[in-house]
Write a protein that binds this ligand. Structure first.
Ligand SMILES: [Zn+2]
Length: 46
């Protein structure tokens, strides 16, 4: 399944790459890489 990264909008295959993050506040969001996940959360939690 192809998903688009929440941060950079790049499309990626979630079976081979990408990370999923979930929290009760944000819900479930997907990123193409661990790096995008960290950047996004840093922005969110600022
Ligand atoms: Zn990304």
């Amino acid at each position: 399944m192809y998903l688009s990264c929440t941060l950079c909008k790049k499309e990626f295959n979630n079976l081979v790459e990408g990370v999923k993050y979930s929290s009760s506040a944000i819900g479930v969001i997907s990123f193409c890489s661990d790096k995008c996940c960290r950047i996004y959360l840093n922005e969110k939690l600022k």
